[in-house]
Design a protein around this ligand. Structure first.
Ligand code: NAP
Length: 308
């Protein structure tokens, strides 16, 4: 038997938890489904410095827990399950998960995004054995050792700076000669004596025997090859939206993000999308939270008019 709700929220990151807070305060019967931990991607970062209201920053895990507590106190339910499909049954939406089914009048998709892969030889083979996508999880294993980070965006620069707490040296390998990251993060990284930069350089392969021992690098301007001996590489080359469970139900943009209007409505009535999974997202904690609130307000309006 499927459990019945007014609203099912897929994913309990900042977008999902804000949506749950607003929906519960509107007295909608709502549940958030989360396959990992409340907070989503922010739990993979040590500190969030740009969420308003925390002048000294806040730990990613703590912010996730606080958002979760607030939404639950308002009346949102939370269940731990991985969503496997979303389908329509008349005006109802059926959400299948690894732990059972749900039937809802409306659904808000806040399933976020996962780190993209580099796609080079050795990457899959050495994942968990020197190749990592999570500095908070794996950084301490490389205390006192030189390591590499790949990418030039906010994630690579921020996590590279964080990793210098453990590593003896962090070499940031970037394919251009200019970082994409926010200026304040760049300034912090450039003034960090434990960080150095390999510009115009790509990783061609990750080598090792049982664990990573080196990266094969190529200068994209000169073609010159080099070997960087490190026991670990942290890869931060962008995010891929989590939309596998949709099976073509909803229109996506060319990057696989869900197309929405300004009310976070998808082209399917009663299905909304918010946060990193939606098209044109600023991909910030604060914007995901704002999206979630907007989607919940729109969902409440939709549910008021809902007929089976
Ligand atoms: P991103 O902004 O898309 O940056 C990805 C970086 O990886 C770029 O520098 C890109 O190079 C490089 N890259 C992409 N594919 C590559 C490849 N195949 N080989 C080598 N390099 C490659 O991704 P992100 O840093 O994960 O950030 C994602 C979003 O989250 C952004 O909107 C960001 O602002 C946000 N975010 C915010 C914070 C924060 O506010 N503190 C923290 C983390 C993330 P090019 O520059 O040459 O394209």
């Amino acid at each position: 038997m499927a459990k019945e709700y007014d609203l099912v929220i897929i994913g309990a990151g900042p977008g999902g938890l804000s949506a749950g807070l607003y929906a519960a305060r509107s007295r909608l019967k709502c549940v958030a489904l989360e396959k990992r931990v409340p907070g989503g991607q922010i739990t993979d970062t040590e500190r969030v410095d740009n969420y308003p209201g925390f002048p000294d920053g806040v730990l990613g895990v703590e912010l996730g827990q606080l958002m979760h507590q607030q939404a639950e106190r308002a009346g949102m339910e939370m269940e731990y399950a991985e969503v496997t499909s979303l389908t329509l049954e008349g005006n109802s939406k059926r959400v299948a998960t690894t732990e059972g089914g749900y039937l809802a009048k409306a659904v808000i998709i806040t399933s976020g995004a996962n780190p993209m892969k580099l796609g080079v030889p050795g990457e899959s083979e050495f994942t968990g054995r020197g190749v990592s996508y999570c500095s908070v999880c794996d950084g301490p294993f490389f205390t006192g050792k030189p390591i590499a980070v790949v990418g030039g965006g906010d994630s690579a620069v921020e996590e590279g700076d964080y990793l210098t707490r453990f590593a003896s040296q962090v070499t940031l390998v970037h394919r251009r000669d200019e970082l994409r990251a926010t200026k304040v993060l760049q300034e912090r990284a450039f003034s960090n004596k434990k960080m150095d930069f390999r510009w115009n350089t790509v990783v061609e392969a990750i080598r090792g025997s049982s664990v990573v021992s080196a990266l094969e690098l190529r200068d994209v301007k000169t073609g010159q090859k080099a070997t960087l001996e490190v026991p670990a590489v942290f890869i931060y080359v962008g995010l891929r939206p989590n939309i596998e469970f949709l099976n073509g139900l909803i229109k996506l943009d060319s990057g696989g993000h869900i197309a929405v209007n300004l009310w976070m409505e998808t082209q399917v009535p009663g299905i909304f999308a918010a946060g990193d999974v939606r098209c044109n997202s600023a991909k910030q904690v604060v914007s995901a939270a704002g999206d979630g609130a907007t989607a919940a307000i729109a969902a409440e309006r939709y549910i008021k008019e809902w007929r089976p």
